[in-house]
Design a protein around this ligand. Structure first.
Ligand SMILES: NC(=O)c1ccc[n+]([C@@H]2O[C@H](COP(=O)([O-])OP(=O)(O)OC[C@H]3O[C@@H](n4cnc5c(N)ncnc54)[C@H](O)[C@@H]3O)[C@@H](O)[C@H]2O)c1
Length: 420
């Protein structure tokens, strides 16, 4: 049997792990990305996604079956194509521009019998109402008659070494039974378990439910945290105690806000669609967004009060932030609440230094100076703020050396520590 050709459009946090996994599963893979510098780095064996080590990337390149490319013509003759391009918000509204552009560029390379799968997170109906006509117009083919079209939401959790792409169940769907069977057969070679659903709309909604659930529950504990602070009750201990209940409770922990390209965005795709089609509000989402957006300011104000209690005004105070990424053990700073905390502290007059071991080559805000975590740096700070609790930071050194720690992640303990 000839090697099947897979094209993965978008070589980011979602597309790169899929491409590499598919090479390992025996596919001939072209990874297409419009970012030529990314393509160049990938071709040189340099991974910018933490979950894919450069060694693993080099091994994939060495098989001769992984080709990063910026040219859609390299998609020619594909059997399966997965689209994993960004789906951000623009002024609070879904921006499907990347999906539209990739579909238009891919369409000329469709051929009868091929399969196209959308993985980008989006509102229910996108695959059928937006992607399908674009592919049909550009190819002259029709789905489901000539080619198969499906949707499979991505559940990748960057930095999670236990639940990886291959052992996380994958929800699959198709426009008809034949498409579902093709999509399912493809992912069965990639992951341990697939979960078939009846329609692409159900699969699209599945992803939005998962992330709306997280956004709402994080907002619940965040709001409770702001209240229990005034009631002088330890919310962290209460959540840990509640989590001992073996049924009916799932623990979510407070934090400085939510970030990345999922939680602040995906629920808005759903509330936007509800508003557009039903002219109704999705109130849970709006409330959760309000609360979670307010957290960085709350953290900055608590730091200001903490400094004031210690006789130190925030103006010209030196504040050391631990972590700039939105998520522990990753360098992903997209929409990171840490950047919002830094911005708020700077506005209040603080001088902000930050430790971010995963920063790599990413741009850092002008007002923030990136430093290493040294005893001297900690001692010289008027306040150390734990924003992102990366596992490999030396918290013992921090607790030993800091005058005042504001810990938004419950990572430190001691008389000099104040928790969110
Ligand atoms: N990162 C996550 O943890 C995660 C998890 C689940 C779902 N998702 C969803 O997956 C999708 C992709 O997210 P990501 O995190 O991989 O984004 P990313 O920004 O890391 O990667 C996307 C890549 O697509 C490229 N791209 C943009 N337009 C293109 C085009 N027209 N043709 C080819 N390449 C193009 C970009 O240059 C970029 O390299 C989004 O819809 C996101 O919501 C992300």
């Amino acid at each position: 049997m000839p090697t099947e050709k897979l094209v993965v459009v978008g070589q980011g946090y979602v597309g790169l792990p899929l491409a590499i996994r598919a090479v390992e599963a025996g596919f001939d893979v072209v990874g297409i990305d419009v970012d030529t510098s990314r393509v160049k780095r990938l071709g040189a064996g340099e991974s910018f996604v933490e979950d894919i080590s450069s060694n693993r990337l080099a091994a994939a390149l060495a098989t001769g079956r992984y080709r990063p490319s910026s040219t859609y013509a390299d998609a020619s003759g594909f059997d399966v194509c997965v689209i994993s391009v960004p789906t951000p918000l623009r002024d609070g509204t879904p921006d499907l521009g990347h999906v539209e552009q990739s579909a238009a560029a891919l369409a000329p390379y469709l051929r009868p019998g091929c399969t196209v799968i959308l993985e980008s997170t989006t509102y229910p109906g996108t695959t059928e109402e937006l992607l399908r006509p674009l592919l049909e117009q550009g190819s002259g083919l029709h789905s489901p008659k000539d080619f198969h079209l499906g949707y499979s939401p991505e559940r990748i959790d960057p930095g999670n070494s236990i639940w990886r792409l291959e052992n996380t169940p994958k929800v699959v769907s198709g426009l008809d039974a034949a498409a579902l069977s093709k999509v399912d057969a493809f992912y069965r070679r990639i992951v341990d378990r697939t979960v078939a659903v009846d329609s692409t709309r159900v699969a699209e909604l599945t992803k939005l439910i998962e992330n709306t659930f997280r956004q709402v529950n994080i907002a619940l504990v965040n709001e409770l945290t702001m209240l229990t602070h005034h009631l002088d009750i330890d919310i962290w201990q209460a959540i840990d105690a509640a989590a001992t209940k073996p049924f009916g409770f799932m623990a979510f922990r407070p934090g400085p806000g939510v970030g990345g390209h999922c939680l602040p965005i995906d629920p808005c795709y759903l509330s936007w669609q509800v508003k557009r089609t039903l002219n109704r509000q999705f109130r849970f989402v709006e409330l959760a967004n309000d609360i979670n957006h307010a957290m960085p300011e709350h953290v900055a104000h608590r730091v200001m009060i903490g400094l004031s209690d210690r006789g130190r005004p925030i103006r010209d105070a030196r504040v050391l932030l631990l972590g700039l990424a939105y998520k522990r053990n990753t360098g992903d700073m997209r929409d990171s609440p840490a950047l919002a905390v830094a911005d708020q502290l700077t506005r209040l007059g603080a001088r902000v230094n930050a430790v971010e071991p995963y920063a790599g080559l990413q741009p850092i805000p002008d007002d923030v100076t990136l430093v290493s975590l040294t005893e001297r740096e900690i001692r010289e700070a008027d306040a150390v703020v734990v924003v992102t609790d990366h596992d490999d930071l030396d918290y013992d050194l921090v607790v030993r050396s800091a005058r005042y720690i504001f810990d938004a992640r419950n990572r430190c303990a001691g008389p000099n520590v104040e928790h969110l």
